[in-house]
Structure formats: C-alpha cells, structure tokens
Design a protein around this ligand. Structure first.
Ligand code: LMR
Length: 339
C-alpha cells in the first residue's frame, strides 16, 4: 500500500498532471470593444472558426465583443498580464503603453487611398511598429482594417469654423487631440463603450468614426449630422501576449499564424463593404442628415489639419512621415500610368 502511495506521489511530482491537462484545449481569450457585426467582429469570428477547424478543437478561441470583459485601457493591461491572450485595439490606442509611433495612422489625410495604407502596414513601417511591442510583452500579428473616419455632431459640420467650441470624443491619441484642436474643438478622451451615453447625455457634442462603428453603436440615434470627410483612418493591430505566443507548441503556432493571415485577408475584403452598408443603413434610418464634404472644402480642411503632421514629426519620426508621402506619390504615379 505504501508503495502505491509513493508511486502516485511520484506520478504527480513528475508531471502526470500535465499529461492529463495536455488533453485540455488551449484557450485564446480574444477581447474587443466593437459589435460582432463589424469588420473586426466578423474577422474575429472567422479567425475562431479557422483555428478551431484546423486544430480539430485543440485550440479554442473565446470571443468577448462589445467591451464585455474590458474597456479600452483595461484590455491592454489585461493582455499584458495574460488575463486575455488576444486583442485587436485600434492603432490610436497604443500611446498609453508607450508606443506613440502607432499614432502615425492618425495623422489627418495622410492616406489618400487604401493602396497607400496597405503598403505602409505591410511594408517596413508596419514591421518596425510591430517590433516596438516586443519589449512590452506583446507580439503584433497582423493589421486589420476598418475605414476612413467621418465627423458627427448635432450641428452641421461643413466648414472648419463649425467645430469651434464643440466637445469631441476622441480615442487616447495625442495626434487626435491635436487634430481636434486644429479644428477649434475641445477633444475629450473616452472609452469606446461610453460614447453612446456621453453623446446622448450631452457630455460630449460629437465624435469621429468609420460608418460601421457609428451605425453598430447606434450613434445615429444621438447625432443629427454626419459629414463624410474621410479625414482620418481607423485600423487595428491584432496582438497577443508574448509569453503565451512563445509558449505555444511550434506546429500549433504555425497553424494559428496561418489562420490569422487568412482572417486578415477576409477582414480587409469586407471592411469597405461593411462601411458602405452601414452608411446606407444610417441614411435609411433617417435620424441623421448625411453631408458629403465637397472636394473644394476637403482641401480647406486639409490645409487646417496639415500642421498636425509637422507637430508630430519628433514623436512619430520625420522619416516615417516622409516615407508615407513618398509611398502615396508612388501609388498616384502607378495609377496615372494605368490610365
Ligand atoms: C474607438 O474607440 O472609437 C474605436 O477604436 C473602436 C474600435 O475598436 O473600432
């Protein structure tokens, strides 16, 4: 009997328990702040489906949308301590963890089109940005897309002067803070989950969003005017806890990485369409007047916002900003050549 007890004791001491738990699936908790029926929400579902199929259920992805688990700031902390394994925060939310360079994506009107944007994300600039996360215990897996942002408020926003004195909700980005100030507005940082109520109660007067976020958060119920200005961009970095990622068995990590690649392709395909459909729904709801900023006025907005690029050269890097201008010019040239 004594020997049986010591065998059992030995089995536990030398990893019998880990043999038992090896049969348990690996869980990836994926937390995000938007609705499931958005480009990010749908791509998270796609990723889950691909991972679970391809690992025959050995890896399970649990998705927590709509800030169900954590709000903006909290989710970053949760990832770093390993309370969740995966997030896809907006590129405007990396400043508080000491990666302000990501705010390059917030520079107003810096991306004239999606081709330029993708070349930046998928090229050297994107790679170097993701590399900055390593020291923070984070691995950057992929860039996901949402779309260009539009301005909303309860008064028409047609001229730069219309922003004067408006309290505008922004994400936690210094560039966005400068953007709103350049327009004469008062920026207020606020978690995404609080925006609807803040607009409803008049805590803030307006905000900026891609149409998919505007519609799926029902902001059209509490904003009378929407200006299609495409003045800025909103996209995501899909990130994982480094310790978790490095600890995955090599073959599993490979499958998960490929699933992320495929989900990214899907995400980018649907982003444009989701935003177009959302705008159609906003129009159909009839609660918000939609104004498309004419080109001649867009040029005036651009002029008012351009100083923000210069203001942030020292934070983001003058070289990076210049490199994006060069990529934009190259894309333009290629387009002209095709005509
Ligand atoms: C916001 O806070 O406005 C966005 O970052 C939300 C999101 O994740 O799209």
């Amino acid at each position: 009997m004594r020997s049986l007890i010591s065998i059992v004791t030995l089995m536990f001491a030398f990893g019998f328990t880990s043999l038992v738990s090896a049969a348990d699936p690996i869980i990836i908790k994926f937390s995000h702040v938007v609705a499931p029926n958005t480009p990010k929400g749908k791509a998270a579902e796609k990723f889950k489906q691909l991972v679970e199929e391809r690992t025959s259920g050995n890896v399970k992805v649990e998705i927590y949308p709509n800030s169900q688990l954590y709000k903006d700031r909290e989710e970053m902390e949760a990832l770093q301590i390993g309370a969740v394994q995966m997030l896809a925060p907006s590129l405007s939310k990396f400043g508080p963890i000491g990666a302000r360079e990501f705010e390059v994506f917030d520079l107003p009107y810096i991306f004239p089109n999606k081709e330029t944007l993708y070349r930046v994300m998928d090229g050297e600039i994107g790679k170097s940005l993701m590399g900055k996360l390593d020291s923070k215990g984070i691995v950057g897996l992929s860039f996901w897309d949402n779309g260009f942002k539009q301005m909303s408020a309860n008064r028409p926003l047609r001229n730069v002067e219309d922003f004067k004195g408006l309290k505008m909700r922004i994400q936690s980005s210094k560039v966005l803070d400068a953007e709103m100030k350049a327009l004469g507005a008062n920026p207020q940082v606020m978690a995404f989950s609080e925006v609807y109520t803040a607009l409803q109660q008049g805590v803030v007067d307006g905000t900026e969003n891609p149409n998919s976020n505007f519609y799926t958060q029902k902001m059209n119920e509490v904003q009378k005017h929407l200006t299609i200005s495409d003045h800025g961009y909103l996209g995501y970095a899909v990130i994982v806890n480094k310790k978790f990622w490095d600890g995955l068995p090599g073959d599993t990590r490979k499958i998960v990485a490929q699933a992320m690649k495929d989900a990214t392709e899907y995400e980018r395909e649907i982003a444009k369409q989701e935003n177009e459909e959302a705008l159609t729904k906003v129009r159909a709801a009839g609660t918000t007047e939609v104004y498309v900023l004419p080109f001649k006025d867009r040029v005036i907005w651009q002029k008012a916002l351009l100083p923000v690029h210069r203001e942030f050269e020292s934070v983001i890097g003058k070289d990076t900003i210049q490199a994006i201008y060069a990529i934009a010019a190259q894309v333009e040239k290629e387009k002209a050549g095709k005509k």
